[in-house]
Design a protein around this ligand. Structure first.
Ligand code: ZN
Length: 245
């Protein structure tokens, strides 16, 4: 291939890239200020949904969150909702997903339970969020300094909370390595359990829900793990979006 052809190809590639940027910027402006429509939701791929969450968290941590007219969004969503992602998060008061991802009303489904694990009720809710309502990405988000994780590490017992914490025990047991002590007094151990809990929760989701597994395998939805840092507001996502295994 001669030099002229290479330059032409380069220009063509740049044009395509810049056109893509312009389209993507327009989509961003729309989705940031107005509630999502069915058409906007349908145009969002799992990878794009992840990018939108990353960009939203970046706006949040830099103090650049979008100024929204929430009452206008209430009116816009009164006849229907078209969220682009579903987040499984902890009960912890410091992690309101819509705020830390800088999203508005109608943008996210959120399932919250102490220790951000899944059971059949939450999996059923996620099947509703994705298969029936069109969300394109499921995020399982743990966090630093999690009281539920600490309670599970210590074998805490209290009323019905004992059964809740039992759902985190597999993560406590699964963490290998030379952690001493294996209690909430060891910050490294607590963090390792929190991260393991995200991994096992994603695996449980994939193994237990046929509906979600089929959508993941077909690339219709993405599944990704994340950790939220309560000291910075920063969400760190796993390296890659999980499609299938
Ligand atoms: Zn927590």
């Amino acid at each position: 291939m001669n030099k002229q052809s290479l330059i032409s190809l380069y220009v063509l590639a740049m044009t395509v890239a810049l056109t893509g940027l312009a389209v993507s910027a327009a989509v961003d402006a729309d989705t940031a200020s107005a509630a999502l429509t069915r058409e906007a939701q349908a145009a969002i791929t799992p990878a794009r949904a992840l990018k939108m969450l990353k960009e939203g968290n970046e706006r949040f941590v830099t103090g650049d969150s979008v100024k929204r007219d929430f009452l206008a969004q209430v009116r816009q969503t009164s006849k229907g909702q078209f969220p682009f992602a579903a987040v499984v998060s902890c009960l912890d008061s410091r992690i309101p997903p819509a705020i830390v991802f800088d999203q508005g009303i109608g943008d996210l489904f959120v399932a919250r339970v102490a220790g951000n694990f899944v059971n059949d009720d939450i999996l059923g809710s996620l099947e509703f969020a994705t298969r029936l309502s069109g969300a394109r990405l499921v995020v399982v988000m743990g966090h630093t300094e999690c009281g539920a994780i600490k309670g599970a590490c210590d074998g805490a017992q209290l009323g019905l909370l004992t059964a809740t914490l039992a759902s985190i025990n597999p993560a406590v047991k699964a963490v290998q390595g030379d952690y001493t002590p294996r209690t909430s007094k060891n910050a490294g151990f607590v963090q390792a359990v929190a991260e393991m809990n995200v991994q096992l929760t994603m695996q449980m989701l994939y193994d237990r829900s046929v509906v979600l597994r089929e959508m993941i395998d077909r690339g219709e939805i993405g599944l990704v793990g994340a950790m939220y840092d309560v000291s910075s507001g920063k969400v760190t996502f796993a390296d890659r979006l999980l499609h299938g295994q």
